[in-house]
Design a protein around this ligand. Sequence first.
Ligand code: UP5
Ligand code: MG
Length: 214
Amino acid sequence: MGAVVDAAPTLASNENTNGGLSSGKKVTVVFVLGGPGSGKGTQCANIVEHFGYTHLSAGDLLRAEIKSGSQNGTMIQNMIQEGKIVPSEVTVKLLQQAMEESKNDKFLIDGFPRNEENRAAFENVTKIIPEFVLFFDCSEEEMERRLLNRNQGRVDDNIETIRKRFKVFIESSLPVIQYYSSKGKVRKIDAGKPVEEVFEAVKSVFSSAVKNAQ
Ligand code: UP5
Ligand code: MG
C-alpha cells in the first residue's frame, strides 16, 4: 500500500548507520496528533481495542523515563513543566526502543512529532513514513476545560503551563500537521464532541484504511 516502508537500515555497507529498527522488522505507524487535551490518549485506547495497534504515547514514555531515574530525567521534567519540546534524540530513541521491544508491528504514535525537528529526526533514524496522520481538532476553550478537570496529578496541568503548551502547539506542532496535509496524509477529526461520537469518526478512518490496504 506504499505507506509501509522497510524499517531496516538502507545503506548497503556494514557501517553502523544508527538507522532503522535493529530487528529489521517492517512496521506500520499512524501518528496521532492534536492539541493538549484534544483526546489523543482517550481515543488511542479505543483504537487499540478495535484495531489491534499498540499505543505509544511519547509523553508517557518521557514521564516513565523521569520515574526510572534516568540521567535525562531532570532535563525532561523541566521541559515538561515548561511545556517545551524535549530534544528529538531522546524521544526518537524511546520510541524506537519501544517498537523494537514490542511483538506487534502496528503502532499508534501519540503526541509525536511535535515539531519539524522531531519529524525529520524520526524519519532519518527509523526510515519510517506514517501510514496516515490522525489529527484531533478541538477548540482551546474545550481543551483547557478538559485539562483543568483531569486531576491525574500531571505537573503540566496548571493554567500557566497549559497556556504555554497551547502556544507551542500552534507555533511548532501545527506546521507538522500542515506538512503532512500537503502530502495528503492527514485525517482530520472534530474532537470537540463527546468521546463516543469522536470514536465513530475515528473508526471510519481506520475502517477505510483497512479496506485500502486490501
Ligand atoms: N476527554 C478526552 N476526550 C474527551 C471528549 N471527547 N469529551 C470530553 N472529555 C474528553 O484527554 C484529556 C482529558 O479530557 C481527560 O481527562 C479525558 O478523559 C478528557 P486525553 O485523552 O488525555 O487528551 P490528550 O490529547 O492525550 O492530552 P495530553 O494532555 O496527554 O496531551 P499533550 O499533548 O499535552 O501531552 P503529552 O503527554 O503528549 O505531552 C506532554 C509534554 O511532554 C509536552 O508538553 C512536552 O513537554 C513533552 N513531550 C515532548 O517533549 N515530546 C514529545 O514527543 C511528547 C511530549
Ligand atoms: Mg495524552
